[in-house]
Design a protein around this ligand. Structure first.
Ligand code: LR7
Ligand code: MN
Length: 579
């Protein structure tokens, strides 16, 4: 729960789309990605350290398809042109041995040039698109902890090789207290070849959220571009992102995230028209834009796609704007939830999140995090999400807690830290409500505030639950009587105003109590129509199944062992919104 499980499903293997690389008769001096590597030669095109922009007249130009690797030094190298690479069967053991270093094919990655070419997967019109001559410059920020050497280098090279130099202010590597030796001196030495690359070392493990904040703090570019440390930026990736910010500084553009296969390292295309969404309880996912929406807006495959939430790792944002938004909540730890936080914050406080199809970056999707969590992984992510829910979801936070996170509300057990500053920030920025966000940004999201409501009909008794002078009773059902109206909430409460049906004391009696999210005696499980105990109200107070039952004379309520066919244990609400 609450853990990002989405791995993108690629649609086609791009190599089929691509013409065969012409044979070049260069010598094979492949820059293999073996650590520690400082002795390896520079790929061509990276020798010049100063690429300061010539004086340009403001105007428009075609997106620069800068790619020194279009005619790579070694066209026959393993994995060249983003193709799948195979490992000889006698090397399989080695592959498995190295796998856990990064939770992908580390062995293979080392044999692939750090500056390999990848297929240009942009929609065809992208190369013809015009962008402004005077785009803002960017600092590219890579945070990493114990990243694999070859992928870290390939990430950096892809930015150096495929970004117009005058737009790339610098590359900032934020080392989040890595434990590997090759990321210390050898990395310093290797990166010292590149005037634009700076390394920042955190003195203790901060997690990716605070590591990004640390990177932003020293960045000199007008725009911040965050990337994961195992990516390959594609041809022409940068300008379309910067162009959006140039047009409106409150736009937060993301590239299309393509798939670098974790087994064979091939570069794979993903489906068009995908946007980032979330499902309860704040689980990120991809989903295709509704066909109608595409038609209604006359969208082509290269048009920006508005996204309710971003995946998290890859985006550009105007630096000043990032600070106006208060960066990230620095109380978020290690990994997870920060993509929800920044997404809600951007939309609710006046910005926009877009995927830009003309900007494409490959990312290695891994089955597991290859680094340690200082505390329990699950608990870390849950706590982060609870912070986000408390600050941004308003009354909808019940939907978050109601989807398997009831236990998170017990602040005696789970300390989610102080939220005052975050709540103050939201007020200061005069951000809109979560209701506004749902209605305007993510209208196809189903988010009923209660699971069911109306009369609570007992099948055996054929009467309805009612409140009379503060006590529970039964009456002839009458929709017009407010005393018979109850909500069945995400907190699993049977609720009328601020009163909840509760099991009281040890003598099996019932009462109305002030609703309290933590008390198990107020929680009733009401199962879906096609389960064995459908319509029953099962108390959460005891571990074995005990059900709420009406006495046949209708003068009292009891708690009895659940029986699937017992009509006096069956309760029905008038309207159901969710199960
Ligand atoms: O403690 C840490 N310190 C770090 O510096 C933990 C991680 N990191 C670094 C890490 O080395 C990596 O470069 O932070 C980066 C992201 O960590 P990953 O690659 O383990 O994350 P992920 O790709 O599994 O997860 C996605 O969700 C995260 C939620 O917190 C972040 O937002 C990631 O950036 C994000 N990645 C993407 O959006 C790429 C596409 C994945 C999808 C969907
Ligand atoms: Mn990642």
């Amino acid at each position: 729960h609450g853990v990002k499980t989405t791995s993108r499903t690629p649609n086609k293997d791009v190599k089929e789309k691509k013409k065969n690389p012409e044979k070049a008769n260069e010598k094979s001096d492949t820059n293999v990605a073996k650590p520690p590597g400082p002795t390896t030669k520079l790929p061509p095109g990276e020798k010049s350290k100063d690429n300061s922009a010539a004086v340009r007249k403001p105007g428009l130009h075609k997106v620069l398809a800068l790619d020194v690797t279009l005619t790579p030094r070694d066209p026959n190298a393993v994995g060249q042109f983003g193709q799948a690479a195979v490992v000889a069967s006698n090397e399989n053991e080695e592959v498995m041995k190295r796998w856990d270093e990064g939770h992908f094919n580390v062995f293979l990655s080392e044999q692939i040039p750090v500056d390999r070419a990848i297929p240009d997967t942009r929609p065809e019109t992208c190369a013809q698109n015009l962008v402004h001559d005077d785009l803002p410059s960017t600092s590219v920020i890579f945070c990493f902890v114990d990243e694999v050497w070859s992928t870290l280098l390939r990430s950096v090279h892809s930015v150096l090789n495929r970004s117009p130099p005058h737009l790339l202010k610098e590359i900032i590597l934020v080392d989040d207290f890595s434990t590997k030796d090759y990321l210390k001196k050898p990395l310093d030495e290797y990166m010292s070849q590149f005037a634009k690359v700076r390394i920042i070392r955190l003195k203790e493990r901060q997690g990716l959220i605070r590591a990004r904040i640390a990177g932003a703090a020293v960045a000199k570019g007008e725009v911040l571009t965050f990337l994961d440390s195992h990516v390959e930026c594609n041809v022409g990736w940068l300008e379309p992102l910067l162009e959006r910010i140039y047009l409106d500084r409150k736009k937060v553009p993301c590239p299309v995230i393509e798939v670098i296969n974790d087994k064979d390292m091939s570069y794979m295309l993903v489906d068009n028209f995908q946007r980032g969404i979330f499902k309860w309880p704040l689980v990120f996912g991809w989903n295709a834009l509704p066909k109608e929406y595409i038609r209604k807006n006359n969208m082509t495959i290269s048009d920006p796609i508005r996204c309710p939430v971003m995946a998290g790792g890859l985006f550009s944002i105007d630096k000043k704007y990032f600070y106006e938004l208060g960066t990230y909540d620095p109380g978020l730890d290690v990994w997870g939830g920060e993509n929800m936080e920044i997404s809600f914050k951007i939309w609710m406080c006046g910005g926009e999140i877009e995927i830009i199809p003309c900007s494409r970056v490959g990312h290695i999707f891994r089955g597991q995090n290859p680094y340690k969590f200082p505390k329990d992984r699950q608990k870390t992510v849950e706590r982060n999400l609870a912070r986000v829910a408390e600050v941004w979801l308003d009354e909808y936070k019940d939907l978050f807690y109601g989807h398997g996170y009831h236990h998170l509300q017990n602040r005696n057990v789970i300390d989610i830290g102080n939220l005052t500053e975050q709540i103050e920030l939201r007020k200061k920025l005069k951000c809109k409500s979560f209701k506004w966000y749902l209605e305007n940004v993510y209208p196809d999201m189903v988010a009923p505030l209660v699971k069911a409501e109306g009369l609570v009909f007992n099948r055996g008794l054929r009467k309805c639950l009612a409140v009379q002078e503060g006590f529970l009773s039964f009456e002839i059902c009458d929709l017009s009587k407010q005393s018979q109206h109850f909500n069945y909430t995400w907190m699993r409460h049977i609720r009328q105003k601020n009163l909840c049906v509760a099991l009281q004391g040890t003598d099996n009696s019932f009462a109305l109590q002030l609703c309290d999210n933590i008390k198990p005696e107020q929680r009733w499980i009401h199962k879906s129509a096609n389960s064995a105990l459908a319509e029953h109200l099962i108390t959460e107070l005891v571990s074995h199944h005990m059900c709420l039952e009406a006495a046949p004379r209708g003068d009292s309520l009891h708690l009895n062992p659940c029986e699937p066919s017992k009509a006096f244990q069956k309760w029905q609400f008038t309207h159901y919104y969710a199960q």
